[in-house]
Design a protein around this ligand. Structure first.
Ligand code: MLT
Length: 277
């Protein structure tokens, strides 16, 4: 992918070039800022990098990314995965630990399938390897048509509440405000593109079975979007995996309990270092 179409890459820590980088992939409908609380708690001295996925934050539109990659403008998480890989390569990163939350997890799985040599370790947070059922697909299509018709973000504004766990919806209203601000910064066209990309993603459970490196699977105890059963399914097909349930957190563990997520990632980085990657 050429320069102008590379993803915006937020560098939380430049890091020592000899150490394995950690790449953080954000969820929907958010951008790299969802990792702001986790990043300062990460141990080690390696680079910590967080791209804005196609169409999000300071990145080019998703259609521009697809065209620059020679894939075309159609919504596809494979485009997001290729854009992440191209952006990392352009920054001299050819092997890294990849952590993805929810949509970021779907992109991490597409990256593993398409660019396996990049992935030294894998963290899958509040996500699933299975594809969507009909009900979820039809809800996504409804959101796409509303967003495109109204050219507004109203259809996803409520996610500032519903993505949080039931406990934090009540006890930490400031999180709703923070998420609301981040969601309001997104572009309706990118919301539609990413919803369609998620709706058409394949089941990657069997592909995941082939990953033999260190893995972390994390899920909020109160996550209703990608609940424990989805986490269990991924952990069951992984050989070298730690499965962690984060208490009193919903779908956005990285925001609701950043300390737990950082310590899980720190343990994963240590395991990757121990196997010499
Ligand atoms: C996310 O947090 O990225 C979304 O909830 C993912 C999804 O809609 O499946």
């Amino acid at each position: 992918m050429t320069g102008a179409a590379g993803l915006a890459l937020h560098v939380y820590r430049d890091g020592a070039s000899a150490s394995l980088p950690l790449v953080l992939l954000h969820g929907f409908p958010l951008d790299h800022r969802m990792w702001d609380d986790v990043a300062p708690m990460l141990a080690g001295d390696g680079p910590v990098l967080a791209p804005d996925l196609p169409g999000v934050g300071a990145s080019p539109t998703a259609e521009e990314c697809g065209v620059a990659l020679g894939r075309g403008p159609e919504p596809a998480l494979e485009t997001a995965a290729d854009a992440v890989a191209a952006t990392l390569h352009a920054h001299g990163v050819h092997r890294a630990v990849i952590a993805g939350l929810s949509m970021g997890g779907y992109v991490a799985l597409a990256l593993l399938e398409r660019h396996p040599d990049l992935v030294a370790g894998l963290a899958l947070l509040d996500t699933r390897s299975a594809s969507d059922d009909e009900q979820v697909v039809s809800r996504r299509l409804q959101i796409v048509s509303t967003v495109m018709l109204e050219h507004s973000l109203d259809a996803v504004a409520g996610m500032s509440t519903t993505l949080l766990g039931a406990t934090n919806q009540v006890t930490r209203p400031e999180l709703v405000g923070r998420l609301g601000e981040w969601i309001a910064d997104q572009e309706p066209a990118a919301i539609a593109w990413n919803q369609l990309a998620m709706a058409t993603r394949p089941d990657r459970t069997e592909m995941l079975r082939g990953f033999t490196g260190p893995a972390l699977v994390m899920v909020g105890e109160e996550d209703v979007t990608a609940p424990f059963a989805a986490a269990r399914q991924m952990a069951d097909v992984l050989g070298d995996v730690e499965l962690v349930v984060v208490p009193q957190a919903g779908h956005l563990t990285a925001i609701e309990n950043a300390a737990s997520v950082a310590s899980g990632l720190n343990r994963l980085m240590a395991r990757c270092a121990a196997v010499g990657d």
